[in-house]
Design a protein around this ligand. Structure first.
Ligand code: NAP
Ligand code: ZN
Length: 357
């Protein structure tokens, strides 16, 4: 049998959850034909984000099943549409959490596609804007995406360790840039997982003094090796008290509902605590805000231009994720390990394992 033309609709290997309670398993999917503005990417590596677990298990409202997770995608371009200018066949390309947005609201006009007022199209667990077909993510061998939602990948970085930059990296970079964090600032990162370890590297590269709050005593040495200046075990009340009123900026990557109070107390006057992890309601003690003009904010991934800026920044500074490579077939074990805080510090799927199955 001859391989289908690159421009044709293709059936490709993927892994999907069929419901909130079933493990991921092989599930072939269809990729659309390459349109004039599309590129087709042979996926080489796909990072495993905690958001994949939340959505595979319908923890953020009803997910669309079958659900093919994965929004930390890197690979090589294998076909380009006739109107494509940014990529040619053979180029490296990355795809993060978004594959489309309305392109005309204020947020899109300002490069904040992730806050599209008409709803951005997520890489998976969403629907294509025109066809309303479900979107399927990076736990697959190929993807077809609008070139304007793909980013260029610096050639000087270790490709498998670049994949996590597409979500974990940009989710940390965007708030650090938005709040203009630099060498005058003391930053704390809460949670040393996929996002947290990128938060350390990026805040450090921006010149900040960096502390990590961790629940895992065993990660303290790693935190310092990753670039943190200080580590605080969050269950150690004396250590927490010793850092009260210390930080200008805290990035909280804790993945579930938790008490903000112990962290808020460590913010200095005018400090911000930015939540990127827990999407559940959070209770805030007004006194802790009012007494030091502190604020609590949230942040969602980053826009496409900002994602490109982040990748270029990582290329210049030689920043990549610390990764543990897995095969596609190991994904359910990887999820369980992630839920036990046992990941150093991002699982990345070698997509060759899915191509050869
Ligand atoms: P991860 O690799 O599992 O890391 C989370 C870390 O948080 C854990 O390693 C652990 O670090 C700490 N932690 C876990 N449970 C905790 C608890 N109950 N209290 C305090 N600390 C706890 O997850 P991730 O991929 O970095 O993602 C983190 C969260 O961000 C997830 O909820 C994910 O969905 C979300 N996310 C948001 C965005 C966005 O744009 N806003 C983007 C991507 C991901 P220690 O062992 O050091 O304590
Ligand atoms: Zn993610």
């Amino acid at each position: 049998m001859t391989a289908p033309e690159p421009s044709a609709v293709r059936t490709v290997n993927a892994y999907a959850a069929q419901s909130a309670s079933t493990p991921l398993a092989p599930h072939p999917i269809t990729r659309r034909a390459v349109g004039p503005h599309d590129i087709q990417i042979d996926i080489l590596y796909s990072g495993v984000c905690h958001s994949d677990v939340h959505q595979a298990r319908s923890e953020w409202g009803p997910s669309i099943y079958p659900l093919v997770p994965g929004h930390e995608i890197v690979g090589r371009v294998t076909a380009v549409g006739e109107a494509v200018g940014k990529f040619k066949v053979g180029d490296l390309a990355g795809v993060g959490c978004l594959v489309d947005s309305c392109q005309h609201c204020d947020a899109c006009a300002e490069g904040d596609e992730q806050y599209c007022e008409n709803g951005a199209t997520p890489t998976y667990n969403g629907r294509e804007r025109e066809s309303r077909e479900p979107t399927y993510g990076g736990y697959s061998t190929e993807i077809v995406v609008k070139e304007s939602f793909a980013v260029r990948v610096p050639e000087n970085l270790d490709l498998k360790a670049v994949a996590p930059l597409l979500c974990a990296g940009i989710t940390m970079y965007s708030p650090l840039r938005h709040w203009k964090i630099g060498s005058d600032h003391k930053v704390a990162v809460v949670g040393l997982g996929g996002l947290g370890h990128m938060g350390i590297k990026l805040a450090r590269a921006l010149g900040a003094d960096v502390t990590v709050f961790t629940t895992s005593q065993g990660k303290a040495a790693d935190a310092l090796a990753l670039g943190a200046h200080q580590v605080v075990i969050s269950s150690d009340q004396a250590a927490m008290k010793a850092v009260r009123n210390s930080y200008d900026f805290i990035l909280s990557t804790v993945p579930s509902a938790h008490d903000l109070a112990p962290y808020l107390k460590t913010l200095r006057r005018d400090g911000q605590l930015v939540i990127v992890g827990a999407l559940e309601p959070v209770g805030v003690n007004g006194m802790q805000l009012v007494s030091h003009r502190r604020s609590v904010a949230g942040s969602n991934i980053g826009g496409i231009a900002e994602t490109q800026e982040m990748l270029d920044f990582c290329g210049e500074h030689g920043i990549v994720a610390d990764v543990e490579m897995i095969e596609m077939q190991d994904i359910n074990t990887a999820y369980e390990r992630m839920l036990k805080n046992d990941v150093k510090y991002r699982f990345v799927i070698d997509m060759a394992s899915l191509k050869n199955q």
